[in-house]
Design a protein around this ligand. Structure first.
Ligand code: NI
Length: 172
């Protein structure tokens, strides 16, 4: 699992095997309520990840939607290295969250599910989501990037101590 995934060859991209892999990954991501999944997470060590932030997501109601995208053989370039922090979790590490620092804006060159060259520039929350997924392809997990281990928490601890508190009611 924790190794550098291999690139997909061009003729593999439109193969039945890859189509089935993408379908399995999208289904798994939906079932688990995630917003991204990388092939190594389901045991396929290839450079392929899917990302989708659905509109009106229950889990991420305040985030901009991002259409279902298949990223193959991605290359990341940092555009704005200003650091940003988000609490991250991972479908491969249940019940753990950590505060991770990453660059604020990146550009990604990749091939889509049809093998066509594409580029996206993403920033803020989406930049973190994309970097988290593409890290899986390098054998890197978010816990490797947590700088301050006091900012590692179980889901319960996260909700209790770290989640933004709702505005307090004033009772006169
Ligand atoms: Ni993950």
């Amino acid at each position: 699992m924790r190794k550098f995934a291999r690139e997909l060859k061009f003729d593999e991209i439109e193969s039945e095997q890859t189509r089935r892999l993408v379908k399995d990954m999208v289904q798994t991501m939906h079932e688990l309520g995630g917003i991204g999944l990388a092939a190594p997470q389901i045991g396929e060590s290839v450079q392929l990840a899917v990302i989708e932030i659905p509109p009106n997501s229950e889990r991420y109601p305040h985030r901009d939607p991002f259409p279902l995208s298949v990223l193959i053989n991605p290359r990341v370039r940092v555009i704005d290295k200003t650091e940003q922090e988000f609490w991250e979790g991972c479908l491969s590490i249940p019940n753990l969250r950590g505060l991770v620092v990453r660059p604020r804006q990146i550009s990604v060159d990749y091939l889509d599910h049809k093998g066509e060259s594409r580029n996206i520039v993403v920033e803020d929350f989406l930049a973190t989501v994309v970097q988290h997924e593409l890290d899986h392809l390098l054998g890197v997990l978010f816990i490797d990037r947590v700088r301050d281990t006091t900012k590692l928490a179980t889901d319960d601890e996260y909700v209790r101590y770290w989640m933004e508190e709702p505005p307090l009611e004033t009772t006169g």
